[in-house]
Design a protein around this ligand. Structure first.
Ligand SMILES: [Zn+2]
Length: 314
């Protein structure tokens, strides 16, 4: 290639922006959201750039309506990625099924980290959080690919399953964002480092409160959900929208109740009372364990019980 053509080619290449690449792929982003596309799409050429951009646009499109509701004026979206929140306890009790209820989309803006619980495809569920950057002490990755977030109030959150490209780049992106945030000296007050967001209007719902002051949505308390699971395993999970796990627990719930009813009828017709003791023991063990797990899972975020009825008037 003659020298002057090479120069023209390299100049053209240098001028391609992330926004051009998004259009080139026939994709679009909400015009109502302020994106820093150069940061949101760090890879715009080289091997695999098309699939990288497609995946990120898809994740964004899934949550755009939520972002439109919750972003502040001047708040800019800087990064998006999807991972899975990891908890050792849940892994022990729920095994491989634990990941089904912990898919989480991360959105980094210029002031906070937003987290949206989603299904495996990144479609949002009803539980959302935010962390202002002044609440983050450390965000780092380890050799196993786990990302850890240490918060000011002592909480520690672990995440796995981020795509390899994100695992590499996210700690660096975080560092840059945190540095810029510190320069602003913005120090918002919070009720806890990881603030719950209302499932309906996405405003903050303070710690230990289960009614949204803005839209009056009401949420289940962990105790209410755990009590329901104690009576019948899977009830609490159905109410939290964890349908897959709820169905699995449903069989155990039916089995323990049938065993108890069977034992009662055997004892009433003169059978061995030990059978009844064993049935009561198994129902206490299974239902009790389910209630404990439900309480732990429910304590992590908000689960809507009812949305405001005056919505249509507004
Ligand atoms: Zn609300």
């Amino acid at each position: 290639m003659p020298l002057h053509q090479q120069e023209t080619f390299s100049i053209e290449l240098a001028e391609i922006t992330a926004s051009d690449r998004v259009k080139e792929l026939g994709l679009s982003l909400s015009p109502n959201i302020n994106f820093d596309q150069e940061k949101v799409f760090p890879q715009i050429d080289g091997w695999g750039w098309k699939s990288q951009i497609k995946k990120k646009v898809k994740l964004l499109n899934n949550i755009e309506s939520l972002l439109e509701d919750c972003l502040f004026e001047g708040e800019q979206v800087l990064y998006i990625a999807k991972g899975n929140q990891y908890s050792f306890g849940e892994q022990v009790f729920l095994g491989i099924w634990a990941s089904a209820i912990n898919h989480t989309v991360f959105v980094l803006t210029n002031v906070r980290l937003l987290m949206f619980r989603t299904n495996s495809k990144g479609i949002p569920k009803k539980t959302f959080w935010m962390v202002y950057y002044n609440q983050i002490i450390v965000f780092k990755g380890n050799w196993r690919g786990m990302l850890t977030l240490k918060l000011k109030d002592g909480r520690k959150l672990n995440f796995t399953s981020f795509p390899k490209a994100d695992r590499k780049i996210m700690p660096k992106v975080f560092e840059e964002i945190l540095e810029n945030f510190r320069k602003t000296q913005f120090d918002p007050e919070v009720s806890q480092s990881l603030e719950n967001l209302c499932s309906h209007c996405l405003d903050q719902v303070p710690k230990a409160e289960f009614t949204c002051n803005t839209c009056q949505s009401i949420f289940w308390s962990p105790k209410e959900l755990a009590l329901r699971s104690l009576i019948f395993p899977s009830w609490g999970d159905f109410l939290m929208g964890h349908t897959l796990i709820a169905f699995l627990e449903l069989f155990g719930g039916i089995a323990t109740w049938l065993y108890l009813i069977g034992a009662i009828s055997v004892v009433l017709s003169g059978g061995n009372p030990i059978l009844l003791g064993s049935a009561i023991f198994s129902i206490m063990m299974f239902n009790g364990l389910d209630a404990i797990i439900t309480y732990r899972v429910a304590s992590k975020g908000l689960h809507p019980r009812s949305v405001p009825v005056v919505e249509s008037i507004a």
